[in-house]
Each structure stands twice: as structure tokens, then as C-alpha cells.
Design a protein around this ligand. Structure first.
Ligand SMILES: NC(=O)c1ccc[n+]([C@@H]2O[C@H](COP(=O)([O-])OP(=O)(O)OC[C@H]3O[C@@H](n4cnc5c(N)ncnc54)[C@H](O)[C@@H]3O)[C@@H](O)[C@H]2O)c1
Length: 305
């Protein structure tokens, strides 16, 4: 008995990289998988049916069940058609892994409109549209059965969005939005029986080969710390009943590390005795920023217990 026997899963952007590993692992664990991929360039241009088809065929050759889908998840119709295909082909939906992504890095002062729009669309809208139609499906199932479903969404955010990487204002804004959407949808779907979590992966894929190929190279005698199988395992674990009770959370995974990340929270507080003014805020400054370095924050905050 595997962990996903009889279950149906969608993985977006599953033709390559982390998504491909996620689709293969889900299938190995018994799920029927809809392998979505538009098949474009890493910058989002173009389309090609082969990446999704190859992964679906690979799963079939290994004795699993999969079907390819080539929809653009950055469109309303594409997200809707993807969810509909899972339900029509395999008779339901249990897991949605939102993973598809592109990069068009520029410093903010050099970024043009298409670089902003395309990255925001693929990541932020691409996560929302699929989730919206999956959520509507699960809500309907739960109403009809008079009981919560047992379903899961796993989103893909990034340390770039959570810590703020220079040169990626479009990507970071989208990924921070995805982190926020993860918490919102976890709250909205709790009663429906859907857990919503996110991973912040670090892995060797075509998105990182130009930036960190040397750093992510497999070291002789070591396990493959930056192989895409590592974040895939975390995503599939979060989607499985082994992670029951975990929702609205974000886990970094890569380089041999797994970390639970915690977001914005109050760290100091000053209280007003009258309407805030520049003068009273200056008086409060010592209380508000007392022990904090309030310059540009470090990219990788240390672990806090
Ligand atoms: N690789 C890393 O270290 C890393 C770090 C942080 C976050 N991520 C995130 O992980 C996810 C997977 O990235 P990857 O590194 O495996 O890259 P990848 O380029 O290998 O895979 C991404 C896949 O998404 C597909 N895709 C892009 N736009 C699409 C669209 N509109 N509709 C359907 N499919 C589309 C691409 O064709 C591609 O096959 C992305 O969301 C990325 O931002 C990766």
C-alpha cells in the first residue's frame, strides 16, 4: 500500500526540474498524475508539448498512471481546464502541487512592463487560478458529502521572496504573494478539509544552472544535496496524510537542510498616549528599534528558537 493509492494529483510545470521529480514521486506512491507543462523557455517565451508528454510517458513506462496537459496556468481558462481534466480523466482530485515558474531578473530601475507582468502572471496568478478551481471543486464535494474532503495544496515560494533578493523584484513580489496566499487559503479551506502549505526549494534545475551551477554541483562521496528530488520529497510529504495537522506553513528545503520558516510578526511595541506624531514616534524609537539593526536586513536570517 503506497501513500497515494487511489488518489489523483496535478503538478504544474512538471515537465522539468522540481515539478518532474514531484510528478514521478507521486506516481511511485500510487497517485494518478496530471503532468502539466506549457513547455516554454525559462523566461516564459514559447511553448512545447514534449516536456509534459515525456514525463507522462516516463510514468507510464514505470507502470504508473499519468496524462499530459499543456495548458498555460497563467490564464483563467488554462487553470480551469487543468482541474477539469483531472476530474474528467481520473474521476476526482486530491492533490494540487503549484510549481510552474519562470525568471526574468532585472534590477527594479531597469525592469520593463513585460518582465514585471509575465513573472507576476506565471507565479502569482498561476498559483491562484489552479487553486481557485481546485478549491471550488473540493468545496462542492464537501457540501455534497456533508463531510470535509481530505485534500492538499502545496505551493512553491522562494527564499528570494521571503528574504528579498536584489535583482528579482518581480519574482520576489510574486513569491511573497504566494506565501501570503498559502496562509489565506489555509484559513479559508480548513473547514472544507484542505491543507495548504508551501515549500521554498533550492535545487539544481535550468532556473539555477546559470546562477549557481558550481555551488550546486554534486560533490564526490556525498549524496546529491541539490538534486530536485529533495524539495520534491518535502512537497509530496506535505501533500500526504503523513503531514496531517500541518497547514498554512512554509518549509525551506535544499542543500541537505529542511527548515520551518516563520513570517512577519511583531518583535517590539510602543504604545501611544495621544495621536501619533513625529515627535512621539521619535520618543518611541528607542523602544521600537532598541536592539535591532534597522539597516537593510541580511538575506539569510539566522535560526531563532
Ligand atoms: N530551482 C531552485 O533552486 C528554486 C528556488 C526557489 C524556487 N524555485 C521554484 O520552483 C519552481 C520550479 O522551478 P524549477 O527550478 O524546477 O525550474 P524549471 O524551469 O526546471 O521548471 C519549471 C517548469 O515550469 C514550466 N512552466 C513555466 N511557465 C508555465 C506556465 N505558464 N504554464 C505551465 N507550465 C509552465 C516550464 O516549462 C518548466 O518546465 C518554480 O516555481 C521556481 O520559481 C526553484
Amino acid at each position: 500500500m503506497e501513500h497515494f493509492d487511489g488518489k489523483v494529483a496535478i503538478v504544474t510545470g512538471a515537465g522539468r526540474g522540481i515539478g518532474r521529480s514531484e510528478a514521478l514521486l507521486l506516481a511511485a506512491e500510487g497517485a494518478a498524475v496530471v503532468v502539466n507543462d506549457l513547455g516554454g523557455e525559462s523566461t516564459g517565451e514559447g511553448a512545447d508539448t514534449r516536456p509534459a508528454q515525456q514525463v507522462a510517458d516516463e510514468i507510464g513506462d514505470l507502470g504508473g498512471r499519468a496524462v499530459a496537459n499543456y495548458d498555460n496556468i497563467a490564464t483563467w481558462d488554462g487553470g480551469q481546464a487543468l482541474v477539469a481534466q483531472a476530474v474528467e480523466t481520473f474521476g476526482g482530485l486530491d492533490v494540487l502541487i503549484n510549481n510552474a515558474g519562470i525568471l526574468r531578473d532585472k534590477m527594479s530601475f531597469n525592469m520593463d512592463e513585460s518582465e514585471w507582468d509575465s513573472v507576476i502572471n506565471v507565479h502569482l496568478k498561476g498559483h491562484f487560478v489552479t487553486s481557485r478551481f481546485a478549491a471550488a471543486y473540493w468545496r462542492q464535494c464537501s457540501k455534497e458529502n456533508g463531510a470535509p474532503v481530505e485534500a492538499a495544496i502545496v505551493n512553491t515560494t522562494s527564499e528570494s521572496g521571503l528574504y528579498g533578493n536584489a535583482g528579482q523584484v518581480n519574482y520576489a513580489a510574486a513569491k511573497a504573494g504566494i506565501a501570503s496566499m498559502t496562509i489565506v487559503m489555509a484559513r479559508e479551506l480548513e473547514r472544507v478539509g484542505v491543507r495548504v502549505n508551501a515549500i521554498a526549494p533550492v535545487a539544481r534545475t535550468r532556473l539555477t544552472e546559470g546562477i549557481a551551477a558550481e555551488f550546486m554541483k554534486r560533490k564526490e562521496g556525498d549524496f546529491d544535496r541539490f538534486g530536485p528530488e529533495n524539495p520534491a520529497a518535502m512537497a509530496i510529504w506535505l501533500a500526504s496524510p503523513l503531514a496531517n495537522g500541518i497547514t498554512g506553513q512554509i518549509f525551506k528545503v535544499g542543500g541537505g537542510q529542511a527548515q520551518l520558516l516563520s513570517g512577519w510578526r511583531p518583535v517590539t511595541e510602543a504604545t501611544a498616549t495621544d495621536v501619533w506624531s513625529l515627535s512621539s514616534l521619535t520618543d518611541a524609537r528607542a523602544t521600537l528599534v532598541a536592539d535591532f539593526d534597522t539597516g537593510v536586513p541580511p538575506f539569510m536570517p539566522p535560526i531563532e528558537n
